[in-house]
Design a protein around this ligand. Structure first.
Ligand code: NAP
Length: 679
């Protein structure tokens, strides 16, 4: 009898009572593991996440969490062969496993790097600018994000036991929210292996991660409004869990990634002699066979102009004939098995329903030749291509066969028709358009966008670098409306913010500056002490600043700047033409001269802690500066970000340039790198 897979709960490994449910090897049918969560106290699991996991995570800055994620990704990367050894038991080939294992670890790397680059070295995330709510500037507001105080409960599908877990862990961890993962039973042994490695690494604070191997018992009954559920699986289960009384009662954030009938549209221009035709064939066959088609993003509906249906069917059939089905560990095999015999029966049933409105073009659902495998014990299925002459029937738009199955559907060749047909999927994770006709691409993309989370336009120009229809990327939103679950995962930092609460804080400028740690207009400034450029990072406080000027801008300045830069735009050089311009009364100084002259006023020239100016943000030239105007610049340290263990940090300086009447002529943020005090 196979070993019982333990859960990792409340800081220890615990196998449930009883015999448990048995999981079989997808290829050989042997027992792989048994699972039971009988006797696990699920209220305690949630409590452990909230009380042991949450506080240390929330005490860390985004950069500290990003650093841990990177270390974790490196740790797993060094031990991934163990996972590759286990993965074929799920029916996955080495290439399939790469998407799951390296894809999952890669997602952690991406989140680590984006967290470091795009989030502050702080525990909160400030959203947008300060809103001035009163005329006198004493009442202002700011939106900010703080981590939710509960747990992320992941409930995952069987097809990506590693990626599906890590792609949700990365953003939640970066946000400061602990995770409880419940993998699909069928492939939970692979997720358990990853969790075991993570626990062994000792990198994550206790309580930051727990694993439930088996059923979730009454876990969901204990959810509160501070918890989130991140579900991936069938639309049926999503609907059921979304309606769970605790989820409804406490408005628990429920993100669902469900099944979807993704479409790929061949443009009317893409006849058999074009590169796009070949790209379409390759892409469709890839999507049908990678993971034996058990991919939520796979192409289920392949829309092809009616006049290209015959050559397309022939080309795909020919390519499918080169697919070698069999034991995923055997040499030369290009497609493994489905995850279980039960899943194969389910897919066969779906094929039968699809065949009600279509004919079989390639593959036999009842028979398959499989290399080094017993097809009665292993869940092998031949790739199945169906063909529907027109798209008016319901079946291809409603039935998901979660396996190596696609339906070719003819359409007249207009963008309008393609959009109408694609929309019949009622919401998809991803769609693609394969065409070299930019107008057709534009019409289809804008037409189908409301039904999709992601869209790929594939043509000869981007094909070489394209990551493909089916690849969910950490940089891009993964999710889709309607049938696809209505959720959104990933999408870079967007995916992190799902785990945080956005709050509008209204207060006086001084209180707001204290709360956010950023100086805001109207808050106290401090101009005492040495020039702020002479201070190391630790010696600077937000609100420290300097006011310098005035400097009178002359016609000679303008001409010298024009000579130096070659910028002889008439508004600076020609009095009459400038005066005819609706915005100016005559020749004006170059905006870039004002920015340069302002720097000339505020910089401290000698070598010191300020190492470099790496950019400007939010630059606006608000009013023209005429010869004879006198400018003054006010510089204030707005945000200070120490950047972990680096020898320097970033300082953002709020910069305002005014004229002799106190009117703002330019405003911007100067971004600098400032050294820490040498140790
Ligand atoms: P599923 O049967 O809906 O199961 C999904 C998860 O929900 C599993 O972990 C399952 O656990 C759990 N679950 C089922 N009933 C539950 C309940 N009453 N309470 C708590 N948890 C429960 O889906 P599946 O068969 O694993 O996956 C295939 C489906 O997922 C396909 O339809 C596919 O399109 C979809 N999918 C979508 C995405 C996406 O990103 N959008 C990705 C992959 C798959 P057990 O395994 O223990 O039953």
């Amino acid at each position: 009898m196979a070993e019982k897979l333990p859960s990792y709960v409340a800081g220890g490994w615990k196998a449930g009572a009883g015999e448990g449910e048995t999981v079989h090897d997808a290829v050989t049918g042997e027992e792989v593991a048994r699972m039971s969560t009988e006797g696990i106290d699920f209220a305690r699991v949630l409590d452990h996440a909230r009380t042991a996991g949450g506080p240390p995570l929330r005490a860390m800055t985004f950069h500290q969490r990003a650093g841990l994620l990177k270390a974790l990704a490196q740790y797993l990367d060094g031990r991934k062969e163990e996972l590759y050894t286990l993965s074929p038991r799920t029916g996955a080939t080495r290439a399939d496993s790469w998407i799951d294992i390296d894809g999952g670890i890669g997602t952690l790397f991406v989140y680590a790097s984006r967290g470091k680059r795009e989030l502050p070295d702080d525990t909160i995330y400030v959203d947008g600018g300060v809103e001035a709510l009163g005329k006198r500037g004493t009442f202002v507001a700011q939106h900010l994000y703080t981590p939710l105080a509960g747990a992320q409960v992941q409930i995952n599908a069987f097809n990506f036991p590693v990626w599906g877990f890590l792609e949700k862990l990365g953003p939640a961890f970066l946000a400061g929210v602990p995770t409880i993962v419940k993998p699909a039973s069928q492939t939970a042994y692979l997720t358990e292996a990853v969790v075991r490695q993570i626990v062994e690494s000792g990198l994550l604070p206790g309580g930051a991660l727990q694993l439930i191997a088996g059923g979730v018992g009454d876990l969901l009954d204990h959810l509160t409004g501070q918890d989130l559920v991140a579900f991936t699986g069938s639309a049926r289960t999503a609907a059921k869990l979304r309606a769970h009384p605790a989820v409804v009662e406490h408005s628990v954030r429920f993100n669902a990634e469900a099944d979807s009938l993704n479409a790929s549209i061949l443009g009317p221009d893409a006849g058999p002699d074009t590169p796009e035709f070949g790209l379409y064939v390759d892409q469709l066959v890839t999507e049908m066979t990678v993971k034996a088609g058990q991919k939520c993003t796979a192409i289920r509906r392949a829309f092809v102009p009616v006049r290209w249906l015959d050559p397309m069917a022939d080309a795909i059939r020919a390519k499918l004939e080169t697919v070698v089905v069999g034991n995923p560990s055997s040499e030369g095999v290009t497609m493994g098995s489905l995850v279980s015999l039960a899943q194969r029966e389910e897919v066969r049933g779906a094929i039968e329903r699809l065949a009600g409105g279509a004919t079989l073009v390639a593959g036999d659902p009842g028979k398959v030749d499989a290399v080094d495998a017993d097809t009665d014990r292993g869940a092998f299925l031949a790739p199945i291509l169906l063909r529907a002459e027109d798209g008016s029937r319901d079946e291809p738009h409603q039935v998901e066969a979660f396996g190596p199955v696609s339906t070719l559907i003819g359409y007249g060749g207009t963008a309008e028709e393609a959009v109408t047909l694609a929309a019949r999927g009622a919401g998809s994770l991803v769609g693609s358009v394969v065409t070299a006709d930019r107008e057709f691409a534009r019409e289809v993309v804008l037409g189908v966008a409301p039904w999709h989370g992601r869209l790929l336009v594939l043509d000869r120009d981007d094909a070489k670098e394209s990551t493909g229809h089916g690849s969910a990327l950490p940089h891009l939103v993964h999710g889709g409306p309607g049938r696809a679950g209505g959720g959104e995962e990933l999408g870079g930092i967007r995916g992190v913010l799902h785990h945080m609460q956005r709050t509008a804080v209204q207060a006086s400028p001084n209180v707001l500056a204290r709360v956010t740690g950023r100086w805001v207009e109207g808050a106290d400034r401090d101009e005492s002490g040495t020039h702020p450029f002479r201070r190391h990072l630790e010696e600077l406080n937000v609100g420290d600043g300097i006011t310098v000027g005035p400097r009178t801008v002359t016609l000679e300045d303008i001409e010298a700047f024009a000579d130096l830069t070659g910028d002889r735009f008439y508004a600076h050089m020609d009095q009459e033409a400038a005066a005819a311009n609706p915005f100016f009364d005559g020749r004006v100084a170059h905006g870039y001269f004002i920015v340069s002259a302002a720097a000339g006023l505020f910089v401290d020239p000698d070598p010191g802690p300020v190492l470099a100016n790496y950019g400007l943000e939010n630059l606006r030239f608000v009013k023209p500066v005429y010869p004879g105007d006198a400018i003054t610049v006010r510089l204030t340290a707005k945000a200070i970000s120490p950047r972990g263990t680096d020898p320097h940090g970033e300082v953002t300086w709020d910069t305002v340039v005014t004229n002799q009447d106190g009117e703002v002529v330019a405003a911007y943020d100067v971004l600098t790198l400032v050294a820490k005090r040498p140790v």
